[in-house]
Write a protein that binds this ligand. Structure first.
Ligand SMILES: Cc1cc2nc3c(=O)[nH]c(=O)nc-3n(C[C@H](O)[C@H](O)[C@H](O)COP(=O)(O)O)c2cc1C
Ligand code: SF4
Length: 517
């Protein structure tokens, strides 16, 4: 009997030796004279356990990790005999980190063979598309509106409303563009989907095309994601062969096809209008709005541009219905959010949960605190433009409005953890330096203000006219916030001001008394 093993092909697992582990298992199987079938799955997102190997057993999948090539011989013997092994983690689905999650968008990630359309179908793939085809375009848009899904790329704009605008704009040519630039620090959910369940993204984009009347799609992937780009290419080709892309999709009268485009490595090319310029072959420069991309987007045509996770959430919404999805979450944040725990954290990985868990639960409980074992001092939520939150704000629920009320943002769901050795003045300076390096240069507050801001922080750190320079920094942040054309300049004040407000002692001022500390 052939023994089926799963060894992730996800870039995060490959970075810690998954390829070598797969090779060692093959060699061990040859020595032990046992037939094995190694499926290269996506990651389950428990990165501290990667490379995590799973074995198919009559009772379901059993996990082992983190596996080194030198473990292959004993691991294979243990799996075959059903004996004990020091890396044994038990049934995969029972690992508490996984068991606590509500995996809707990531339901198949790590479960299926990402390059197999048959596997995708076997795990309920393309049921959402079938539903969209039977409901028709207008009702599909309505389902997405009713689901409460908001854009997962950062701005949190209602996806269905965007689709409705494109659907109602008359044009012979419309486009679907997927933003897979994923530039936020500590984020990797888009990459995981593209490497672990690419068909869900293809299905989501196809549903969008049918809903708004588009015939062509692009996935704009950052150049640092070669594995994701290769997996997407392979999945697109498989979808085409299987009649899920091209003319007469799934036997319907709809035609839709898509291709991958690789970026050239600019954070600002994740901003939607800059991305469109880049897709058109130009330098990525932010466009003034209006016109909205929904009216005049790619090549001047009406365009739906959404994040990977936004599109990837649509198939389950269509399959299970808007009410099912919107039942999860709190307030105006409906459904689930794939949260990414990164930085100095013990259990770094992907944790998909309904909106509403507090920051403290996520960092201390799910994340297990810092990897260094030192106290958590700050977390940056929402990428390089997100605010730094101290422990005193750990009661903030993961919800768009709750974070905004505390001058923060949840962005793309990345949480980067810092211990008590962090220097928050340096972090504030870094935010401005990042803005200076990544600025597209179109508007003055961002292009010039970011560099002036660094100079001001340097003077504060050197204790030169601290009070006057702190006031100047605040004034500069105000100008950036309200005078910038896009959120790169507009949100850079969040990390700067939050560092200054919550950690004044790092800028040489007396510490702030914080109730929860
Ligand atoms: C500087 C900057 C960088 C951005 N980077 C990304 C990115 O990497 N991925 C992404 O999906 N959205 C990014 N966005 C947000 C996009 O402009 C846009 O809101 C998003 O693609 C819309 O899709 P959604 O509604 O599905 O979130 C960025 C915005 C700014 C201002
Ligand atoms: S804020 Fe910065 S990145 Fe955005 S348009 Fe202005 S110069 Fe370009």
């Amino acid at each position: 009997m052939t023994l089926r093993l799963y060894v992730p092909i996800d870039a995060g697992a490959l970075a810690v030796g998954a390829e070598e582990v797969a090779a060692a298992l093959r060699a061990a199987a040859a020595r032990q004279n046992v037939a094995i079938d190694i499926v290269r799955n996506g990651s389950r997102g428990l990165y501290w356990l990667e490379p995590m190997v799973e074995a198919q057993t009559p009772a379901g999948r059993v996990a082992y990790g983190p596996v080194a090539p030198g473990d292959a011989e004993s691991l294979l013997a243990a799996i075959r005999s059903g004996g004990a092994h020091r890396l044994h983690l038990g049934p995969t689905e029972d690992i508490p980190y996984l068991k606590r999650q509500t995996r809707l968008t990531f339901a198949r990630c790590g479960v299926v063979d990402p390059r197999s359309l048959d596997d995708y179908r076997a795990y309920d793939g393309y049921k959402g598309l079938a539903q969209a085809l039977s409901l028709g375009a207008e009702a599909t848009v309505e389902q997405v509106v009713q689901s409460g899904l908001r854009g997962r790329g950062g701005a949190g704009f209602p996806t269905g409303i965007k689709w409705r605008t494109v659907a109602q704009t008359q044009s012979a040519q419309k486009y679907i563009v997927c933003n897979a630039d994923e530039g936020d620090s500590g984020t990797f959910a888009d990459r995981m989907i593209m490497e672990g369940d690419p068909f869900v993204l293809i299905e989501g984009m196809t549903i969008a095309a049918i809903a708004v009347g588009a015939s062509r799609g692009y996935v704009y992937i950052r150049s640092e994601y070669p594995h994701a780009a290769a997996t997407m290419e392979a999945a697109i080709a498989a979808a085409r062969r299987g009649g899920c892309l091209g003319q007469r999709i799934a036997g319907s009268s709809f035609a839709f096809d898509m291709e991958v485009r690789v970026g050239a490595g600019a954070y600002v090319c994740g901003e939607e209008t800059s991305l469109l310029d880049s897709l058109e072959g130009k330098r990525g420069l932010v466009r003034a709005k209006p016109p909205l991309p929904a009216h005049k987007g790619l090549f001047g045509q009406p365009t739906v541009i959404n994040n990977v996770l936004s599109f990837a959430s649509v198939p389950i919404i269509m399959e299970k219905g808007a009410a099912f999805y919107r039942d999860f979450g709190m307030g105006k944040s409906r459904g689930t959010m794939p949260i990414q725990l990164a930085g100095n954290v013990k259990y770094g990985g992907l944790f998909e949960a309904a909106f509403g868990m507090t920051l403290g639960e996520l960092v201390d409980d799910v994340g297990g605190g810092t990897r260094s074992g030192r106290p958590v001092r700050a977390v940056q939520v929402g990428g390089p433009l997100g605010a730094y939150f101290p422990r005193a704000l750990f009661d903030t629920p993961f919800d768009y409005e709750a974070f905004a009320a505390r001058e923060g943002l949840i962005g793309h769901g990345g949480i980067v953890v810092f211990d008590d050795t962090v220097d928050m003045a340096k972090q504030a300076r870094f935010a401005l330096e990042f803005c200076a390096i990544e600025s597209c240069g179109k508007c003055t507050p961002c292009r010039v203000g970011s560099t002036r801001g660094m100079e001001v922080i340097d003077r504060i750190i050197r204790n030169e006219n601290r009070a006057a320079n702190t006031a100047l920094l605040e004034d500069l942040c105000h100008t950036l916030k309200f005078g910038s054309l896009c959120a790169l300049g507009g949100f850079t004040p969040y990390p700067v001001m939050s560092a200054l407000t919550h950690f004044p002692e790092d800028f040489g001022a007396p510490p702030r008394l914080q109730a929860a500390e």
